[in-house]
Design a protein around this ligand. Sequence first.
Ligand SMILES: [Zn+2]
Length: 168
Amino acid sequence: MVEERISRDEQSFVDMPVEHGRVYDAAGNAIYRAVGREYTLSFGAPRADMKDRVVTHNHTNGTSFSAKDLARAGYFDVAELRIITRDATGQAWLYRLQRPERGWPRLKETSAQIYLAAGESAAAKRILGQGATSTDAVADFVNNAMHYRMEHVATHFGLSYTREKVDC
Ligand SMILES: [Zn+2]
C-alpha cells in the first residue's frame, strides 16, 4: 500500500528534465518536496526530519547512485534512498538502497567516489561478459557500469541494493 503510493508518486516525475525529490512519512505521504537541476538536488530539510525516512528522487540519465547520494544517505541516516529513472531505450528503473542493520557507512563524497572507482574493474569484467542489452550501446554501458560498480560497493558495506524494471 505504502509502496504503491510511493511508486505512483515517483512515476509522476520520472520524466522531468530536472531532479525532483520527496521525503515520505511512514504512510507514504510526501512531507518534503524538492526540485533541483539536471544533476543536482537539495532538500533543505532539517537532518532530524530526514532520519529514518524513505527518500526518493529521479535521475535524468538512467544511472544508479552517485557518490553524493551515498554520502548523503549516511549523513541524513535515511531508512531507504531510491531513484526512479528512465534509460535511453525508454525503460524505467527503480534503484533502491536500504540502511543495513549496523547502520550506514559514514562516507564523505570523496571517499564514496574512491569506493565506486574501485568497483570499476569488476564492473568492466561483468559488462564484457554480458554483451549489449539495449539499442543505445553507450547509454547501456554507462548504466550497467554504474549499476555494477554500485553492487560492488553495496556488497563491501553490507548494504541492501536492488534495481528493478518499472512499467510506466
Ligand atoms: Zn541521485
